[in-house]
Design a protein around this ligand. Structure first.
Ligand SMILES: [Zn+2]
Length: 465
């Protein structure tokens, strides 16, 4: 049946007027340069907080919604949100645990080895991590015999980290906290901040704090999702209230200088849909040639022009229609669906595209903290991964698409029994059930999207389309 049939009602309006009365502040000036030449180019509507999972239907009616609007600064090029939800609401009880994914575990081991090698870290050296989550990265540094300290505002995660032996303060890292840490623990050889720079409203203050905590020859090392990947691969689902900034190297270079840091090295790393790992030092404000080269490439690609972002917004709107039709057509054809993963980004996608439990009745997740809860906004129940084999839905939409290869490998039994997978981005795609002779499929090879940042999860022979 075309156009989704009975399963697709009207598209959700961009602005559902059901806004929150909870703390939310609207900036009027750019958080990097202080300018006011800010252009709204993409509105994802009023959305609940992507990590505010609900414990049951009693909480549905009082759910809070906040504008999810994305702006471009014509002065310094920073792409950012201006609606700032109170960090106490956002981060004090956080459900994302880095240690739950195999992909992240091996990423962490490699990360620690690289930084330790680069800085020749020894037993007297200190590594501080801001937003250290459950301490799984610092645990890798500990294995290498280095002193570590985590600073993590989510009390539940800080406690989990301490329980596993990683010293952790349950506080927000900022300029004044950095001064306190330096007084109590001494200067740090490395200050690490992965996927947190985008979370802080005072970006410059955060970087100044990191710079002030560093030993003279130390490095601030931070990973941020790369704006170029977001644009090229239509990863608009990575936009949610926690992510206040979407960084280009142009914008980062300016921010670093503002904070008294120069970029020493910059790597592209294949996590979270394609990220940058930036190494910045305080003894010179000059950026390294690779960083300058990347800035030039970004200007060449139009990242300093608002038209580029307006074009992106048009593609996002088209994708919403395409994905809804894709899923609703499958439901109308009699297929049963489920989703895999309950990541924050999945909630942007579900809410923006209006994919509720009538289309995808439930999702599954490996994180025991999320199982038994309901997704914000669309209220999909989160079940354990074993539910896939219990219910054996015909197809599973992978919301955690950055782990698609890992997930499909793990679910060999589900696929051997005839189950298929769907990935939503950059285009809806079908990865059919395993063919009868798994050895042949293995010989055909399955590209690993972690090894190859640009590669889509591999389609299996016999898959549709
Ligand atoms: Zn600006």
């Amino acid at each position: 049946m075309p156009n989704g049939g009975a399963f697709c009602g009207a598209l959700p309006e961009a602005a559902i007027l059901k806004m929150s009365d909870k703390p939310c502040r609207k900036r009027t000036l750019c958080r990097a340069c202080g300018g006011d030449r800010l252009e709204l180019f993409l509105s994802l509507g009023a959305q609940p907080l992507a990590n505010s999972f609900l414990s049951g239907p009693a909480e549905f009616a009082s759910e809070q919604f906040y504008a999810l609007d994305v702006y471009f600064c014509r002065s310094c090029t920073l792409v950012q949100l201006l609606d700032v939800v109170d960090p106490e609401v956002l981060f004090r009880n956080y459900l994302y645990v880095t240690g739950t994914s195999e992909t992240m575990a091996s990423h962490n081991a490699g990360y620690a080895a690289t930084v330790a090698g680069l800085l020749q870290l020894g037993p007297k050296d200190l590594v501080v991590e801001a937003a250290s989550n459950d301490g799984s990265l610092l645990a890798q540094f500990k294995k290498l015999g280095v002193r570590t300290l985590g600073v993590e505002p989510a009390r539940n995660l800080a406690e989990a980290a301490r329980a596993s032996g990683v010293e952790t303060l349950d506080r927000f890292f900022d300029e004044s906290e950095a001064v306190g840490v330096r007084e109590s623990h001494g200067p740090a050889k490395a200050v690490i901040a992965n996927n947190v720079l985008a979370h802080v409203d005072d970006t410059v203050g955060f970087l100044r704090g990191a710079a002030g905590l560093l030993a003279e020859d130390g490095l601030a090392v931070f990973e941020v999702p790369y704006l170029v990947e977001l644009l090229n691969r239509l990863e608009y689902d990575t936009i949610y209230h926690e992510h206040l900034c979407y960084f280009s190297v142009m914008a980062l270079g300016r921010l670093c200088k503002e904070a008294g840091l120069g970029i020493r090295r910059i790597d592209r790393v294949p996590v979270h849909g394609g990220s940058l790992r930036v190494y910045a030092g305080r003894n010179s404000l000059e950026h390294c040639p690779e960083a300058l080269e990347m800035m030039a490439q970004e200007r060449g690609a139009g990242l300093d022009s608002v038209q580029t972002y307006e074009l992106f917004a048009e593609k996002v709107e088209q994708h919403r229609r395409k994905l809804r039709t894709f899923l609703c057509d499958r439901r109308s054809a009699g297929r049963t669906l489920a989703a895999y993963g309950a990541p924050a980004k999945g909630n942007t996608l579900l809410n923006y595209c209006g994919i509720d439990a009538s289309i995808v009745p439930f999702t599954v997740d490996r994180n025991p903290l999320k199982v038994g809860l309901f997704t914000p906004g669309m209220h999909l129940p989160v079940r354990p991964v074993s539910a896939l084999l219990e219910d054996q839905p015909d197809e599973v939409l992978i919301l955690a698409w950055n782990f698609a290869s890992e997930i499909m490998r793990q679910q060999e039994v589900y696929r051997a029994r005839g189950g298929g997978f769907l990935t939503p981005l950059p285009e809806p795609q079908v990865h059919g059930p395993l063919p009868p002779h798994p050895t042949q499929a293995a010989a055909a090879g399955e590209p690993d999207n972690l090894a190859e940042p640009g590669a889509a999860p591999g389609a299996v022979p016999g898959a549709e389309r």
